[in-house]
Design a protein. Sequence first.
Length: 104
Amino acid sequence: MSQKNRNDADSATLGNQARTRPPKKYGVYLLNDDYTTMDFVVEVLREVFALTHERAVAVMLLVHHEGKGLCGIYTRDIAETKQYQVTERAKQEGCPLKCSVEEI
């Protein structure tokens, strides 16, 4: 390959890299309700979002006092998977716990 062709290939590669953007991030939030127990919310936060007990309690209290609390920030596919896991766990327990995904 000549030097000129090599430089053109390098420029094309750099041009593609410059146009590539990181994936959008999405926040997963739990929403407050009057029926789901605080213990269940902490359990979900620990199991689904892998939070420490202390962090899970802090998020649960945020949900309780503010109406919603951020559980984590992920790419869209992972955020939607987390939302599904929360919804399924809530259904199994007979709780009305809701979870939302919002672009950050």
